[in-house]
Structures are given as structure tokens and as C-alpha cells.
Design a protein around this ligand. Structure first.
Ligand SMILES: NC(=O)c1ccc[n+]([C@@H]2O[C@H](COP(=O)([O-])OP(=O)(O)OC[C@H]3O[C@@H](n4cnc5c(N)ncnc54)[C@H](OP(=O)(O)O)[C@@H]3O)[C@@H](O)[C@H]2O)c1
Length: 262
């Protein structure tokens, strides 16, 4: 391990499953100490034990429901109290909802905004000054290929990810003088619990493009280390995103509606 990295930590939200777990694993394999946050304390404990024994890194875990009003303030207070120095912030925790806007449960969508947008912003607000104070670091915000256009049948989810992409692009420019790299990870459909939690109908066409969370995380880590602005894992996802610029917006939205409806 780099000598000056010994007491620095990579904070990862949503580390107990899916893309967040695989990101944690790839950072662990590359000798980063980890500061892992999620709601499931049992899983967090198992991950801590496994990573510390296998990869000889230090792992701090913190049980938090990031939707709750005070959770981010409490994480920050804990970090300060224990002199935990953060070198990277990976804002990964997020979920989706599926259905027509007026039919999806109001609280589900409002909670989604609280997690995907509010907690991510809150974490950045509190932790960026520390990165600057400590001479720099990295931020990876997890958006989605959904960030690039509107998403009928998943309207609020797509909009939350557009926010993440937009915010990250601006922060990248603001923070580069402070030696802080900001990357946005934009995975396409990935085989995790996300689809069942969002109650997404699995369209055959979408299934065909599904990547494993492991491959998403490996691509994400490589892109992050290279300081890439936008990381779109998988050739097909890149084609879909960049190809969509060539088509009229109206047509793109019709295609998305068809795919999302299944
Ligand atoms: N899967 C896809 O197709 C896909 C595609 C593009 C982008 N993404 C994005 O990738 C990110 C990860 O998604 P995933 O597919 O890995 O989903 P996932 O398998 O459902 O994992 C979500 C993670 O977030 C944590 N989490 C959920 N709600 C939380 C809360 N209120 N407070 C704290 N932690 C919470 C979960 O842990 P606990 O239950 O222990 O809290 C879990 O570790 C999300 O931002 C998602 O929007 C996913």
C-alpha cells in the first residue's frame, strides 16, 4: 500500500449489494481502505470481516438510511470525531421506481429524490471541504445511461440521474484546481437487485444489454483512475448513449417508452 494512503479512506454508499459491493471489492483489491455505508449492518459486518482478512486493508462501516433527514450529518460528525480522512467519495446508493408518474406511490418517488439527489448533494457539501483541506482526492457519482434523456415509465428516476450527471460535470470544473477528479459513472442495465426493487418490467431488449455488476465496477475503477469525466461501461451502452445524439429527441423518448414498457 502507498505509504501516504495508509490512513485515508474511500467512502462508498450502498456498499452491501450490486454495483456498490463490486466497487468496494475492486477498491479493496487495489489496497484502498474503505468506509462503507448502507442500511444492512449484518451484511456490512460480513463485508468488513471478509475484506480485512482477505485484502489486509482497514474497513470502517456505518449503518445509515440515507433517506433520513439527519443521517448524512451524523455520518459527517462520526467521521470528524474519529479523525477519518477521506481520499475518495463514491456516491452510489440509489434506487428507481417504475410506472406512470401519476400512478407511482408519491412517497416512493419523494424518497428516491431524497436518496438519489438530496443525500448525494448533502454528502458532497459536507465532505468536499475536507478533500480540499487534505490536498485533493476523487469523487465518483453514480448516474446512469438514463441520465442522458427523459424516461417515460421511469420519469423521476431518469430525472434524478440527469441531476447527478449535470452536477458532476460542473463540480469537475470547479474542483480541478484543488486536485480533485470528479467522474460520473453511467452504467446501463446491470444485473443487480435494482430491477426488482424498482419493479421494472424486464423487457427482452433490455435484458440483452445487461452487464454484470462486477464488469461495471472493473470498468468504473479503470475510468476513475484515468480521471475520465464520464464512464459508460460496456460497448453497447456507449453506442446507445452516443448514438442517441444522432436521433431526434422525440423518437428517442418513444423508443425508451417501448423498452421500459417491456
Ligand atoms: N442496476 C442497474 O441496472 C443500474 C443501472 C444504472 C445505474 N444504476 C445505479 O447504480 C447504483 C447502484 O444500484 P444497484 O443496481 O447496485 O442497486 P442495488 O443492487 O439495489 O443496490 C443498492 C445499494 O444501495 C443501498 N441502499 C439502498 N437504499 C439505501 C438507503 N436508503 N440508505 C443507504 N443505502 C441504501 C443498498 O443497501 P442496503 O439495502 O443495505 O441499504 C445497496 O447496497 C444506483 O445509484 C442505481 O441508480 C443501476
Amino acid at each position: 500500500m502507498d505509504k501516504d494512503r495508509i490512513d485515508r479512506y474511500t467512502l462508498i454508499t450502498g456498499a452491501t449489494g450490486g454495483i456498490g459491493y463490486e466497487l468496494s471489492l475492486v477498491f479493496a483489491k487495489n489496497n484502498h481502505n474503505l468506509y462503507l455505508i448502507a442500511r444492512d449492518i449484518k451484511k456490512l459486518n460480513e463485508i468488513k470481516l471478509y475484506f480485512e482478512n482477505t485484502y489486509k486493508i482497514k474497513v470502517i462501516i456505518y449503518e445509515a438510511d440515507l433517506i433520513l433527514e439527519n443521517s448524512v450529518e451524523e455520518i459527517y460528525a462520526y467521521t470528524k470525531k474519529n479523525n477519518i480522512i477521506i481520499e475518495n467519495i463514491i456516491n452510489n446508493a440509489g434506487f428507481g421506481s417504475f410506472g406512470r408518474f401519476h400512478e407511482v406511490d408519491k412517497d416512493k418517488d419523494l424518497n428516491m429524490i431524497d436518496l438519489n439527489i438530496k443525500s448525494l448533494t448533502h454528502i458532497l457539501k459536507l465532505f468536499i471541504p475536507g478533500l480540499i483541506e487534505n490536498g485533493g482526492g476523487g469523487i465518483m457519482n453514480v448516474a446512469s445511461t438514463a441520465a442522458f434523456q427523459s424516461g417515460p415509465m421511469m420519469s423521476v428516476y431518469y430525472a434524478t440521474k440527469a441531476y447527478v450527471l449535470s452536477l458532476s460535470g460542473a463540480l469537475r470544473l470547479e474542483l480541478s484546481p484543488y486536485n480533485i477528479n470528479v467522474s460520473t459513472l453511467c452504467p446501463g442495465p446491470t444485473d443487480t437487485d435494482f430491477q426488482s426493487r424498482a419493479k421494472v418490467k424486464k423487457a427482452k431488449s433490455a435484458k440483452r444489454f445487461m452487464m454484470t455488476a462486477e464488469n461495471v465496477a472493473i470498468g468504473a475503477y479503470k475510468g476513475f483512475k484515468k480521471g475520465k469525466e464520464i464512464i459508460i461501461p460496456g460497448f453497447q451502452n456507449k453506442v446507445l448513449v452516443y448514438g442517441s445524439y444522432l436521433l431526434p429527441r422525440k423518437l428517442i423518448h418513444k423508443i425508451i417508452l417501448k423498452v421500459n414498457k417491456g
